[in-house]
Design a protein around this ligand. Sequence first.
Ligand code: NI
Length: 174
Amino acid sequence: MAKLVIQTIPAEVLRKIAQPVMSVDKNVAAFMEDLAETMYKGNGIGLAANQVGSLSRVIAVDTSPERDGTKALLMANPEILWSEPKEVFVYNEGCLSIPGHYADVKRPKRIRMAYTDQHGNRRELEAEDLLSTCIQHEIDHLNGALFIDHISKLKRDMILRKIEKERREGETEQ
Ligand code: NI
């Protein structure tokens, strides 16, 4: 299996809306596996198709302590059916597409969601706390959104300025 290349901001693909997968065929199932493999290699707890330059609605998630692949959630066409309207969960989020930057993000504590697994079966899942946050973060990616969209403009601009500075410094080194 090929390890996919992770796109980082300001890559345009991160701001595009991914399209539904028509059916989970062999190719899509293989892509799901590749996405999970790339997530583990990057030490991430989730990864979305946009982040590897693909615009199909596929995400991989694993918030288990084992992280050995047995509990990977490979999801096509993930969809949030319900989210907790009152209680929030706050997590210091990061993203493989915004390496080295973190910020506290508030999201609904609990969700119920549906997705198609790598065998083509439609499934439903209830998630809370970190798993809920992670799934919401990955579905955001499919809609062209990033965790920095959920924080104050002040904090977002600070992160974006640092990234721009790092990018310029990287260019002069070459
Ligand atoms: Ni991310």
